[in-house]
Design a protein around this ligand. Structure first.
Ligand code: ZN
Ligand code: ZN
Length: 274
């Protein structure tokens, strides 16, 4: 419980910090002029998601992780516990990024998961606060999907908790209305422009650039799109209800698959994203 409390408290502190950091930056050097203010529903996600996400994901991780631990040979847990904290942090980050990539990719490929993840892809104007527009079940799936393996292997929870908080903070940066690219280093480390292409409303995005921090995973698994310039338009071709409650209980559209990609989604709803 102490770790859960620490995560929730840290999340709220970082949320406050991200508000102080990214809101002024977006005003100083915006990548584009957004049409207006963020919808009020984004503020609902902003306040509700860290608590629900942290609580739900931690409960899920604790229950399933304990089951997996019970099934693992004892030497695996002993071996992990015997490693230095820095080594355990490295293992936690490696596993979290690898599984986070696949959890995100599966959220696009499996219709039941896409029903929740598409809320995030309803973003039509990038803002730092857009990072929080996620269905609570999508938050739980992505956080749990990313961190369950490390927990099940018995990695020290404290560095893992610190990493989750950092990960969430970096996600806010990726969604900010900033045209920021790392040049060639985009192949290794995700930049805001790299992630903006994941939200592209054109034929390139949606099933590209899944990684949360290490874009090299997209390069390895064949989903990397080089962010040489910013995309023109954001959003999902399928229409999405507006407002927090409507989005949470939205009826699922057909899921775009990794094979079909954006082209099929567009052919079924060419003009719905504006
Ligand atoms: Zn996505
Ligand atoms: Zn995003």
């Amino acid at each position: 419980m102490a770790v859960l409390g620490q995560i929730i408290l840290s999340s709220w502190v970082f949320m406050g910090l991200s508000l102080l950091m990214f809101a002024p930056l977006e005003r100083l050097m915006p990548a584009r002029q957004n049409r207006g203010r963020a919808p009020w529903s984004d503020w609902m996600y902003f306040w509700v998601n860290p608590t629900i996400g942290a609580w739900g994901a931690l409960t899920f991780i604790a229950l399933l992780g304990a089951t997996i631990r019970a099934l693992l040979p004892a030497w695996v847990l002993h071996w992990t516990a015997g490693r230095p904290v820095a080594w355990q942090l490295f293992l936690a980050v490696l596993l979290a990024e690898l599984w986070g990539y696949w959890a995100h990719r599966l959220a696009h490929a499996i219709p039941w998961l896409w029903r929740f993840h598409r809320v995030h892809h309803s973003i039509e104007e990038m803002r730092w606060i857009s990072a929080h527009r996620q269905h609570p079940i999508d938050v739980i799936w992505l956080i749990a999907g990313a961190n369950l393996p490390a927990f099940a292997l018995g990695v020290n929870l404290r560095p893992l908790a610190a990493f989750i908080v950092f990960e969430r903070c970096y996600t806010v940066f990726l969604h900010a209305n900033l045209d920021c690219s790392y040049g060639l280093a985009d192949h290794f480390l995700a930049s805001p422009r790299f992630h903006h292409w994941h939200h592209d409303a054109g034929e390139v995005g949606l099933n590209r650039n899944f990684a949360g921090i290490f874009s090299v995973l997209d390069w390895i698994f064949g989903t990397y799109h080089p962010p040489l310039f910013p995309p023109e338009k954001f959003g999902d071709a399928a229409p999405m209800a507006r407002g927090y409650i409507n989005q949470i209980f939205a009826t699922p559209p057909p899921a775009p698959t990794l094979k079909q990609g954006r082209a099929n989604a567009q052919s079924s709803g060419e003009t719905s994203s504006s």
